[in-house]
Design a protein around this ligand. Structure first.
Ligand code: PLP
Length: 398
């Protein structure tokens, strides 16, 4: 007792969740505003919440449901995938959020000891999912220094040179923590490389809505499908359903056995996603994409406020932010310890952001602009700007 010796190496060697560390930091400091957690400020559609209130007493709400999700919700999602994402040959499994969807996939597709590929700055939870599954060979490829988009030439090399061939390649579009968007031609090239190497491609589209309605210069978010591609989605952000925990996997219908293997994992983790949450997801979908569009367009003002607040860091310091709810900012070279700067900003200036080291991008910070209404975001932006001005002028004075 009192020793780590009896705990699994897989768990011990998995990173500590950065959000948990930031939550502790926020609790330990006074009056901190958060630009840290990737959340949106709105609640689910009112009509959907009202309908959910009515089914609380229905016996089926309290029973287990089908492991793969409520048939009505899966049917609605297959239609949504066809109409909005142009995915015509996908089957759906509903999960307790996109994070659980990703864990299901890693457990279904990978064995301990396999190698996998991701690109920095990567989504920290995806990295942790690999670590806790016993995948020790996580190949982290370079991105384009200007756009942060994955370097497909590097991927081509790795997929042809690395033996055994990496089992799985994953990308997030648009990215967390950067908000970087992957254009369709690049996604297709990555897919072609995976296909000829025999690797799975898992695309996390958690922000598909916050991309379709929130992109600049005519950029267009798209999904692609093939028998080696699996797409992941979430209800958390678009519909303000973070705490309801609903996501889904769109996997190729033609690949024999994948549904059956996914079900084994599903049956041992949540059995099924919460029934009342799935109903809320269905009712929210029924309110239509305009509901989401109306909310997402207001985020543009938050993004502008925070871009301005980051300006003390210099012209080329800020990247990403083409979709999703994030900006990715480089700290000056003399501050390689991003967590130190994050602590200082919280304690001295009352503003919380995420250290980039958690995403394979030390010396950077992630700023989330979805969680505050415009007026609060303006206050938070003021604090951030004052903090960064002081950092640039005087350093981390106490
Ligand atoms: C890229 C990405 N994937 C997955 C998730 C988790 O989403 P969910 O709440 O559906 O588990 C997030 C949440 O921030 C995310 O940014």
């Amino acid at each position: 007792m009192g020793t780590y010796a009896k705990l699994a190496k897989r768990a011990l060697e998995t990173d500590t969740p950065v959000m948990v560390q930031i939550q502790e930091l926020i609790r330990g400091a006074k009056d901190v505003m958060s630009l840290a957690q990737g959340v949106v400020y709105w609640q689910p559609p009112e009509q959907a919440l009202e309908k959910v209130r009515e089914i609380v007493w229905e016996p089926s709400t309290s029973r287990y449901g089908a492991d793969e999700g409520l048939p009505e919700l899966r049917e609605a999602l297959i239609k949504k995938l066809r109409d909005e994402n142009k995915l015509y040959n996908s089957s759906v499994m509903v999960t307790a959020g996109a994070n659980q969807a990703f864990v299901n996939l890693v457990l279904t597709l990978c064995d301990a000891g396999d190698s996998v590929v991701m690109f920095p700055p990567y989504y920290f939870n995806a990295y942790m999912s690999f670590q806790m599954t016993g995948i020790t060979n996580i190949l982290v490829g370079p991105g384009n220094p200007k756009t942060l988009q994955p370097d497909a030439d590097w991927l081509e090399r790795i997929l042809s040179e690395n033996k055994p061939v990496p089992k799985l390649v994953t990308v997030v579009n648009p990215g967390n923590p950067s908000g970087t968007y992957i254009p369709e031609h690049l996604l297709k090239r990555i897919s072609d490389l995976c296909k000829s190497a025999g690797s799975w491609l898992v695309v996390d589209n958690t922000y598909d809505h916050i991309c379709r309605y929130f992109m600049y210069d005519g950029l267009k978010h798209s999904c692609i499908e093939d028998n080696h591609i699996i797409n992941v989605f979430s209800f958390s952000k678009a519909y303000g359903m973070m705490g309801w925990r609903v996501g889904y996997i769109a996997y190729p219908s033609e690949v024999e056995g994948i549904g059956a293997q996914l079900l084994k994992v599903q049956d041992n983790i949540p059995i099924c996603a919460s029934i009342i949450s799935q109903r809320l997801a269905l009712y929210s979908l029924e309110t239509g994409p305009e509901w989401v569009r109306d909310r997402v367009k207001d985020l543009v003002k938050n993004r502008d406020l925070l871009l301005e607040a980051l300006s003390p860091l210099g012209e080329d310091a800020v990247k990403g932010g083409e979709g999703a709810i994030y900006l990715w900012a480089k700290l000056p070279d003399n501050y390689p310890d991003d967590f130190e700067v994050v602590r200082w900003l919280a304690q001295r200036h009352g503003i919380a952001v995420i250290p980039g080291g958690a995403s394979g991008g030390p010396g950077h910070v992630r700023i989330s602009f979805g969680g505050l209404r415009e007026a609060d975001c303006a206050v938070a932006a003021g604090r951030l700007r004052r903090g960064l001005e002081e950092l640039m002028r005087d350093g981390m004075v106490q």
